[in-house]
Structures are given as structure tokens and as C-alpha cells.
Design a protein around this ligand. Structure first.
Ligand code: GLU
Length: 444
């Protein structure tokens, strides 16, 4: 049995009940087969893959807090410090009821490769809690964040581990977390990214994941003899990634026609209005039914179905496994020719393979959504320099980074005889840098 298959079998036996983690590792190791088999004995002797797929450390803790009725609530908090070969652990915090160790291991594993692809010195980590900020008062969110940080602060630091936002963790939560970190440690340091502009945040960080997704998509289409201009784009999600993907799609001459949340989705024949979306989701923190009320031409559909829209380009920006095989078939049947992931692992493995087999240009999230964490690394740089760059400076750097990521991924795929397979290209390019650093640092 090949070393890769041995590891996949062993991992499945060791991690029952963690399907997302197994899915993420399977996708990566299948791509790495061509690299590993060139030097299989050496990798096996060094237990290289065992070390690659095992987090350096997982911290799990109790998060007690008091709700507005005076009732004590308890959530599970985590930080998965996956791989620090190329820099301090870096990755977001997710507050969502679905959060568990398996989900955070998948996200931390993905983050390691994504961060490597940015070309910046950041290792991989992820954390969060099974806390649902939805429907909570600001005071409840603050109480939760303060309790969460009261445990987490022991394990993080600007040179050690630098968390940021993810699903359920935006500017409000980062502010409360930062305030508590500073209160506990007395340190005013770049320990979190995605901070407010008045306390060390970077301009363009809020927009970065969505903007970066579109910069990469634009380059991918251009290099395949197509263009984004004039194309119809289906977007899922209505959070930070989706909102700024929609904004940048408009700016690049495309027409984004959909968005979605956990209860339903919107089709807007006039194109999604960014100001309305921001008002509904960020200001009112309401459901998309409010968008439909404000935009009478748009249609609200209850439940799933965003991928049944006719589109040229699809950008899944909601969450993991939101684009399944049937969705992929519907997209292809409707003429979609490119799918670029804005979320982490939104496309299931069989859907990815189907899209690739149909000649759809497919870019995995670890490449196409890397703009967020890349700009977090730029925030870290500004914090270290005690300087703030202009929006234009950060945005220009982000664009360069995304274009470079695409070409590194494209070149790696070609070099290993898999031209156009950006999944393989991203996994191989991300891996090579991490592997080089791990090998150089010995058995640690
Ligand atoms: N949560 C984002 C991601 O999945 C950003 C992480 C960060 O900025 O550290 O990459």
C-alpha cells in the first residue's frame, strides 16, 4: 500500500466522527501522491505525513458566561495550533453552533497550506467555540468574548499565535477579545488581526477575502482566454466574504445576482445591491427576507437552491460542503464555466471531481480565499512597524499576492503534469514550502 493510503487509512481509524477533517486531508494527500512517491522511503522513515496531519497542539477549555436572564451558560472553546513550521500560528476564530474539534482540525489543516501559499511567514491555526452570536445582545457577546479570552490569552501572542475572525467573529467580537487580552496582559500588541482602525487594524482587511477572491478569479479567467467583464456571477453567503466579493465583482464589470444565508437565498435580476445587503446583514443583523422587502424586483427563496441559478461563474462564500454533487450538475447544466471558492472547502470532493471532469475551471479556497489571511499578515507587519498604510497600498499588495498565488498554483500543476488542475497545484505548492521548513528544522 502506498504511504499516502496508509496514512489515510490510519487517520480514518484514529478520527472517527471527524468527516470534514478526513475530507480535507484526503483532498490534500491525494494531490501529494505524485510528490511523495518520488521519495517515499525518506518521507516514511521520517514519519513526515504523520507529523503533517497531526496538530502540534490542541487547547480545549470551558467558557462560562452569564446571559441577560442571569442564567449561566457554558460553551466549549478551542484553539488548534496546527503547524508553526513557517511562522507563528495564524488563523481565525469561528463562533458557530457546529464548531467541534473535527471542524477546527479541518480548518487548521487547510489554513497551514493556505498561509504557505500567501508567501508570507505565517503558520496554520484555527479556533473558536460552539457559541452562536446570532440573537444575542451586545452585552452577552461581550461577556462571552471576555470569558473566552480569559482562557485563550495564555496561549497566544504576536510572535506565537495570532487569531482573527471567521464565521460569527467580526469587528465587534475582535474588539471585545482585544480589550480583554490587553486588560489581562497589559500588552498593546498585534495579537489579533481584523482589529478596528482606531486600535491597530489595517485598511482593506474587511474587504480583503472577497476582493482577493475576485482578483484571483479575474486572473484565472484571463489566463484561460476568458474575462470576468459582462459575466453573471452566482454568490452564496451574505457575510463578510460574500459581501465584498459582490462589491468587487461589480467593480470588475460582472453582475452578481445571488446571495444566501442559513435560511434562504436571494435572486436579484438587477444584481445584488451592496448597500442594501450591508444594511440588512451588518447593521440590522437581520434575515435576507429584509433584503427582498427593500428590493421589490428581487425574489427570496426559502431553503437551499442558490446553485440552480443560471450563471457563468459561481463563488461559494458561505461554509463547508455547501456545494454538493447535484449542485455541481445543476451549475454545469446551466452553463457555469468557473467555480472559485470564497469559503473554506465549500465544495464536496465528488462535486469538485465532477466539475473538473466537465472542464469547469475550479480554484480551491486555500488559494482563492487566501486574501483575508494575507491581509492579516499585512496587518501584523504594520503593527510591528507601528505604521498604517493607505487603503490603496494594502489593496495593491493584496492584488499582487492573489495574482502570484494563482501563478504559483498554475505552475505547480504544470510542473507535476496536471495542467489546469488547480486543486493539485495549490496543494503541492502549499506543501513544498511547509515541507522544506519542516525538514530543515529536524524532528520537532
Ligand atoms: N478566517 C480567515 C481564513 O479562513 C482569516 C484568518 C486570518 O485572517 O487569520 O483564512
Amino acid at each position: 500500500m502506498s504511504y499516502v493510503n496508509e496514512i489515510l487509512e490510519r487517520l480514518a481509524a484514529q478520527n472517527p466522527g471527524q468527516p470534514e477533517f478526513l475530507q480535507a486531508v484526503t483532498e490534500v494527500l491525494e494531490s501529494l501522491q505524485v510528490v511523495i512517491e518520488k521519495n517515499e522511503d525518506a518521507y516514511r522513515k521520517n514519519a513526515f505525513l504523520e507529523r503533517l496531519v497531526t496538530p502540534e497542539r490542541i487547547i480545549m477549555f470551558r467558557v462560562p458566561w452569564v446571559d441577560d436572564k442571569g442564567q449561566v451558560q457554558v460553551n466549549n472553546g478551542y484553539r488548534v495550533q496546527f503547524n508553526s513550521a513557517i511562522g507563528p500560528y495564524k488563523g481565525g476564530l469561528r463562533f458557530h453552533p457546529s464548531v467541534n474539534q473535527g471542524i477546527l482540525k479541518f480548518l487548521g489543516f487547510e489554513q497551514t497550506f493556505k498561509n504557505s501559499l500567501t508567501g508570507l511567514p505565517i503558520g496554520g491555526g484555527k479556533g473558536g467555540a460552539d457559541f452562536d452570536p446570532k440573537g444575542k445582545s451586545d452585552r452577552e457577546v461581550m461577556a462571552f468574548c471576555q470569558s473566552f479570552m480569559t482562557e485563550l490569552y495564555k496561549y497566544i501572542g504576536e510572535n506565537e499565535d495570532v487569531p482573527a475572525g471567521d464565521i460569527g467573529v467580526g469587528g465587534r467580537e475582535i474588539g471585545y477579545l482585544y480589550g480583554q487580552y490587553k486588560r489581562l496582559t497589559g500588552q498593546y500588541e498585534g495579537v489579533l488581526t481584523g482589529k478596528g482602525l482606531s486600535f491597530g487594524g489595517s485598511l482593506a482587511r474587511t474587504q480583503a477575502t472577497g476582493y482577493g477572491l475576485l482578483y484571483l478569479t479575474d486572473e484565472l479567467l484571463r489566463c484561460n482566454g476568458k474575462e470576468l467583464k459582462g459575466k453573471t456571477v452566482a454568490v452564496s453567503g451574505a457575510g463578510n466574504v460574500a459581501t465584498y466579493a459582490i462589491e468587487k465583482a461589480w467593480q470588475l464589470g460582472a453582475k452578481p445576482v445571488t446571495c444566501s444565508d442559513s435560511t434562504g437565498w436571494i435572486y436579484d435580476p438587477d444584481g445584488i445591491d451592496v448597500a442594501t445587503l450591508i444594511d440588512v446583514k451588518q447593521v440590522k443583523r437581520a434575515r435576507l427576507t429584509e433584503y427582498a422587502k427593500a428590493r421589490p424586483n428581487s425574489v427570496y427563496h426559502e431553503g437551499k437552491g442558490v446553485w440552480t441559478t443560471r450563471c457563468d461563474v459561481a463563488l461559494p462564500c458561505a461554509t463547508q460542503n455547501e456545494l454538493l454533487l447535484d449542485d455541481a450538475k445543476a451549475l454545469v447544466a446551466n452553463g457555469c464555466f468557473a467555480v472559485c471558492e470564497g469559503a473554506n472547502m465549500p465544495t464536496s470532493l465528488d462535486a469538485t471531481k465532477y466539475l473538473q471532469s466537465q472542464g469547469v475551471l475550479f480554484c480551491p479556497g486555500k488559494a482563492s480565499n487566501a486574501g483575508g489571511v494575507a491581509t492579516s499578515a499585512l496587518e501584523m507587519t504594520q503593527n510591528s512597524q507601528r505604521l498604517s498604510w493607505t487603503f490603496e497600498e494594502v489593496d495593491a499588495k493584496l492584488k499582487d499576492i492573489m495574482v502570484n498565488i494563482f501563478h504559483n498554483v498554475d505552475n505547480a500543476a504544470r510542473e507535476y503534469g496536471m495542467e489546469g488542475n488547480y486543486v493539485a497545484g495549490a496543494n503541492i505548492a502549499g506543501f513544498l514550502k511547509v515541507a522544506d521548513a519542516m525538514n530543515a528544522q529536524g524532528i520537532v
